[in-house]
Write a protein that binds this ligand. Structure first.
Ligand code: NAG
Ligand code: NAG
Ligand code: NAG
Ligand code: NAG
Ligand code: NAG
Ligand code: NAG
Length: 557
């Protein structure tokens, strides 16, 4: 009877949502772009993009709009998400959340690849659920494009698919299109039409996207993102007296656009891709994505932000018309307590991800791992391949933190091709690793560092003068401007071996995209060969993340 529970939750509730606390942005730190929000009674749910990571589309839950916990993932089965050979930043993009005929829906696209020769385009789909935890297989939508959304007109009960799509297959000018759809077949059952091209000169750079439709009072609203994903990114809105238009643009667009104050001025940039919602007692807010610029780049990618919304003449005003700053709150954001994982449960903590759709089991935890920790099952693939290496990764959630991982004892037998270590990971093209391998130049075990950035690779090894090793911990110290890689043996202090600028966690070689943000990963690899049958068992006994005050100024100076 879960469905009834949620239906009841949609009835007006006497619940006071008055925040009663300052907004500490980002509300969900670490890369979480394209937030879509849905209120269910006195609970709020936010779904975000997950790109090439598995499982796909995290859903966060909050009751106070301040503390957000990871609640579930929408895409957990290969039938729902096929990421085979998917390059960095493609994959599952831009969810929308809706409640239609007693069920929750998420619409999204899978961006298989960017390869222009392959002419493979993103495919829109929707999945449904009665509890926001267990989701159906996808229904594939008729139109192609990105950022699809299902909107049910509360008056007619018609269901519309709104999507960013090209005007035709020749000049490919993108805009917002719409058709009435059949939820079961995915087919358009009404005319497929262009409904709004946004407020910018309609060139290929205008990129009106992320449609979010809702009704308030007598008006239907169409909220969109515009200007592309970088400095011109913004949110704009139009309204109409019907769900099918015609759409009249807000005279005060854009609703939110930090780029207006100089691209290199405010720390918070690329504010857009918003969703608006009403609390139980009639206050309005918006969630949206934004980047925190650190000396010009954003290692944590696009994070989820919140701002208040007021209404004037039936038009929304975001954040009282002011730019989004980090330090608006009177007191600084509390420092989170450390994250510690000893992998004792039968399942991996859901904050760990793997890359792409799994072919086989890549790790064992809990009692099956002898309660020792996380045992990795290395394969031929490394973090540099568009495949599924034996690796688990977590989002970097603070600009000032330390990630440490203690290796399980290695009783020798590691060749120079077999590696086990940790990574400050952005993509298969950019990752900075410290690990253990058999020494290439001599006998015994070596700690090595490999720095892979912008098409270059720098490798160094440091002999431990040991053939087996106990109590080896790898560390990544991430500060706003610089990352360091180091290790310690037992109780000796950390020996820092390599460092690199934080911009390496935010940039890609020419012609590649960066839609993700920094991750910290644990990996083991045969680097092109299967792990030897007599190779040692490898893994990690304990991971710890310690956070420090971020202290990021409002201006990126
Ligand atoms: C949007 O632009 C395309 C291409 O110029 C045009 O065909 C379409 O009619 C426009 N849509 C609207 C609603 O103005
Ligand atoms: C930088 O942003 C601040 C805050 O919005 C604004 O007052 C200031 O004029 C901006 N500076 C420039 C050079 O645009
Ligand atoms: C800031 O970025 C510039 C390049 O844009 C670079 O030259 C400089 O070293 C960076 N500063 C720091 C402290 O990393
Ligand atoms: C990356 O390498 C290319 C050459 O392949 C070069 O043109 C570009 O300036 C480099 N980018 C950075 C940020 O160093
Ligand atoms: C291993 O021995 C080499 C050569 O004596 C030395 O340079 C190196 O510091 C030693 N490594 C460690 C971890 O002590
Ligand atoms: C090293 O590891 C062993 C178990 O492998 C443990 O008994 C010992 O206390 C550890 N020593 C230190 C210094 O951490």
């Amino acid at each position: 009877m879960k469905i009834l529970h949620y239906l009841a939750a949609f009835l007006p509730v006497a619940w006071c949502a008055g925040l009663g606390h300052a907004i500490h942005n980002p509300i969900i730190p670490g890369w979480n772009p394209d937030p879509a929000v849905l209120r269910v009674g006195n609970e709020y749910f936010i779904a975000t993009s997950s790109m090439e990571y598995w499982p796909g589309i995290p859903i966060y839950r909050s009751t106070d709009l301040e503390k957000w916990e990871l609640y579930s993932h929408a895409l957990t089965r290969p039938e729902q998400l096929q990421l085979y050979g998917t390059p960095t930043s493609a994959g599952a993009w831009a969810p929308s959340m809706s409640f239609i005929n007693g069920k929750f829906y998420i619409t999204a696209v899978t961006r298989w690849t960017y390869d222009p020769v392959a002419k493979v385009w993103p495919r829109a789909f929707w999945i449904s659920s009665t509890d926001l935890k267990h989701w159906s297989d996808p229904i594939w939508g008729d139109p192609w494009g990105i950022d699809p959304e299902l909107f049910q007109d509360p008056e007619s009960k018609n269901v519309y698919l709104n999507i960013m799509a090209p005007n035709n297959n020749v000049d490919r000018l993108w805009g917002i299109s719409q058709c009435q759809v059949n939820l079961v077949s995915g087919r358009c059952i009404g005319q497929y039409r262009s409904i709004w091209n946004g407020t910018l000169p309609h060139t290929s750079d205008a990129r009106p996207e992320g449609p979010k439709m809702f009704k308030r009072g007598r008006w239907y609203y169409l909220l969109i993102a515009e200007g592309g994903t970088d400095e011109l990114h913004r949110a704009s809105i139009a309204r109409s007296s019907t769900a099918e238009g015609p759409w009249e643009a807000n005279p005060n667009n854009p609703l939110i656009y930090n780029g207006a104050y100089g691209f290199k001025n405010l720390t918070v940039q690329s504010t857009g891709h918003a969703t608006m919602f009403e609390t139980g007692d009639g206050d309005w807010y918006a969630v949206f994505l934004a980047r925190r610029n650190i000396n010009g780049t954003s290692p944590l990618g696009r994070e989820t932000f919140l701002c208040s919304v007021e209404w004037e003449d039936d038009w929304p005003v975001f954040n009282n018309g002011q730019p989004i700053l980090l330090n608006d709150a009177s007191e600084p954001k509390p420092i989170p307590s450390p994250f510690v994982d000893t992998f004792g449960k039968s399942k991996l903590d859901p904050s760990w991800y793997t890359l792409r759709t799994p072919y086989s089991k890549m790790y064992t935890v809990g009692r099956r791992a002898g309660s020792k920790g996380l045992i990795l099952h290395p394969n031929v693939f490394s973090l540099s391949e568009r495949d599924v290496p034996a690796a688990v990764l977590r989002k970097q959630t603070s600009l000032n933190m330390k990630f440490s991982a203690m290796l399980l004892p290695v009783k020798g037998g590691l060749g120079s091709r077999q590696t086990v270590g940790i990574s400050a990971y952005l993509s298969e093209l950019q990752h900075q690793d410290i690990g253990l391998a058999g020494c290439a130049e001599q006998r015994g075990l070596c700690v090595y560092t490999t720095l892979i950035n912008n098409g270059t690779s720098k490798h160094a090894e440091y002999p431990l003068n040991m053939t087996k090793v106990n109590n080896l911990t790898f560390d990544i110290r991430a500060e706003p401007l610089e990352y360091r890689l180091g290790y310690s043996l037992g109780k000796t202090g950390t020996r820092w071996l390599a460092s690199f600028p934080s911009s390496w966690m935010a940039t890609a070689p020419p012609n590649w995209f960066v839609f993700d943000g920094a991750m910290f990963g644990l990996f083991a690899s045969g680097n092109g060969e299967p792990w030897p049958v007599d190779g040692p068992q490898v893994g990690f006994g304990r991971v710890e993340e310690v956070y420090f005050q971020e202290d990021i100024p409002d201006y990126d100076v």
